[in-house]
Design a protein around this ligand. Structure first.
Ligand SMILES: [Zn+2]
Ligand SMILES: [Zn+2]
Length: 339
């Protein structure tokens, strides 16, 4: 089969004759339909995030079951599936407390084990989730980002009617916007510098959008939320956005830092401000026990992707796909290994 192998920093090689191993007893062989390019893939490619090379990257993917191992009874060949790439160990301190996203021995498909930038991928049956094939197939590749966003929503604990501000209207921002709607948000505001992205957020449904570059952006947000947001979800991964998140939260507000910032970035918070306003600043990582809900949401058709701008590439074009991701003109870049 064809597979894009990450060897070292800035070095991905397309192998055309990689052997496809048959599944062992508890494994499933998946024929990859679509694999999303994620910031994590780019960080690994740039040598800024850890992986276990040589390895096939790509952890946001869906496809059809080709073969199953002898002991697999949960899924059958031909099924349309999405893959949860995060494999926890079940026996470390955190796993034993149910905090599987903090597993100390976590291994991820597409990071430490061969992933979706290949025609086929062998995965443990525990990571395979059947999905409806009633919507365009490529959206199945968004099950993983939806599952991570669901963790962010859990951390935010939105109560019905609360005001929510989403910072950033890229792929994750637009997913968060829709999850916040579903969670019962009242006033919903999206902050995004690019006008075309603000327009799409508006089409998907929010009460207002704001350009953070306008001088009175924060006053506008205060006004639209009636004195500050109950919940702010930061989906940018930059110090300026996190700083704004703290400033626009109302007393008692929860701030979820969801975007992954650069290593050197940090946030300065005035301690008296934190104390008197009783703010909660929360992290959110991976997708503990949220993948099944992500599948339910996808199947329900409640999350809309019809406004998304996407572009698809073949495996041979993976370098171009990475470049397109960096350019940031699209909500999602897809690799279609079997085209
Ligand atoms: Zn990802
Ligand atoms: Zn563990």
């Amino acid at each position: 089969m064809k597979a894009a192998i990450f060897k070292t920093k800035h070095n991905i090689v397309l192998e055309t004759n990689k052997a496809v191993a048959p599944p062992t007893a508890k494994e499933v062989l998946v024929k990859v339909d679509t694999c999303g390019v994620c910031g994590t893939d780019i960080h690994i490619f740039d040598g800024e995030a850890k992986a276990s090379p040589p390895v096939v990257l790509g952890h946001e993917f869906c496809g059809t079951v080709e073969k199953v191992g002898l002991d697999v009874s949960t899924i059958a060949p031909g099924a349309w599936v999405a893959i949860d790439p995060n494999i926890h160990c079940d026996s470390c301190f955190y796993c034993r407390k149910g905090l599987i996203n903090l597993c100390q021995n976590l291994r991820a498909i597409g990071v430490n084990l061969d992933g979706g930038f290949a025609e086929y991928c062998l995965v443990p049956a525990t990571q395979v989730y059947q999905i409806s094939d009633s919507f365009p197939h490529q959206w199945g590749a968004l099950a993983e980002p939806i599952s991570c966003a669901l963790r962010g929503i859990e951390r935010a604990q939105i109560r019905s009617g609360e005001s929510v501000v989403i910072l950033g209207a890229g792929n994750i921002g637009l997913i968060m916007l829709q999850l916040a709607q579903i969670a019962g948000a009242g006033r919903l505001v999206v902050v995004e510098p690019l006008p075309e992205r603000r327009q799409i957020a508006q089409q998907i449904g929010c009460d207002g959008t704001i350009d953070p570059k306008t001088s009175d952006a924060e006053e506008q947000i205060q006004q639209m939320t009636g004195g500050g947001a109950d919940v702010v979800i930061e989906c940018v991964g930059k110090t300026e956005a996190a700083t704004m998140a703290v400033r626009i939260a109302r007393c008692g507000g929860r701030i979820v830092i969801f975007g992954l910032a650069e290593k050197q970035d940090s946030l300065r918070v005035n301690l008296q401000d934190l104390f008197y306003r009783e703010l909660s600043i929360l992290g959110s990582i991976l997708n503990p026990f949220t993948f099944q809900t992500a599948i339910q949401l996808l199947n329900s058709g409640k999350i809309r992707f019809d406004y998304y701008k996407t572009q698809s590439f073949t495996l041979e074009q993976i370098q171009r796909a990475f470049a397109a991701h960096r350019e940031g003109k699209y909500h999602k870049i897809f690799i279609k290994p079997n085209i």
